[in-house]
Design a protein around this ligand. Structure first.
Ligand code: ZN
Ligand code: ZN
Length: 154
């Protein structure tokens, strides 16, 4: 399992391999030491039950989607279709736009699930079964505030 630890201080993303399980990492952005406490399922890559960063047990699932990639496909598709449109080939222009949208859909469908910690936004990528529920805004509000009070951000 690959863990992308989010620094509580500056939000930098710090990749960690759960199998190697370092007891602490130092943030490359702000120099803060972040202690990590793994549960056994996390270290073995079987499940995400407890967050090694904030000790929270609330997670949600989202698609591991790179928004810039999806946007690039749409923009390139729009540019090419604009060129065809310019030369009066409307039909080709529209089909290219449609194809770009379709490619986006295909990319989205093939994406892996990503488990995210509600409190500290640490991300977990791996082969563990996606047992966490989908994102819930209310839960996120409550848990993020609780965590930020705990680490003294508010
Ligand atoms: Zn930092
Ligand atoms: Zn966490």
């Amino acid at each position: 399992m690959q863990i992308l630890v989010k620094c509580p201080k500056c939000d930098a993303g710090l990749p960690v391999l759960a199998a190697e399980a370092p007891a602490a990492i130092t943030c490359g952005g702000c120099g803060r030491d972040i202690p990590l406490a793994y549960s056994e399922p996390v270290r073995d890559g079987r499940a995400v039950d407890r967050c090694p960063v904030c000790n929270g047990a609330d997670f949600y699932i989202r698609k591991d989607f790179d928004p810039t990639l999806g946007l690039a496909v749409v923009i390139i598709g729009a540019l090419i279709s604009a060129a065809f449109y310019w030369f009066g080939r409307d039909l080709i222009a529209y089909s290219i736009l449609g194809a770009a949208a379709l490619i986006d859909l295909v990319i989205y469908g093939r994406l892996k699930d990503l488990t995210v910690c509600y409190r500290c936004h640490t991300e977990f990528r791996g082969t563990h079964p996606p047992t966490a529920p989908a994102f819930d805004l209310h839960t996120a509000d409550v848990l993020e505030q609780e965590y930020e009070r705990k680490i003294g951000r508010r």
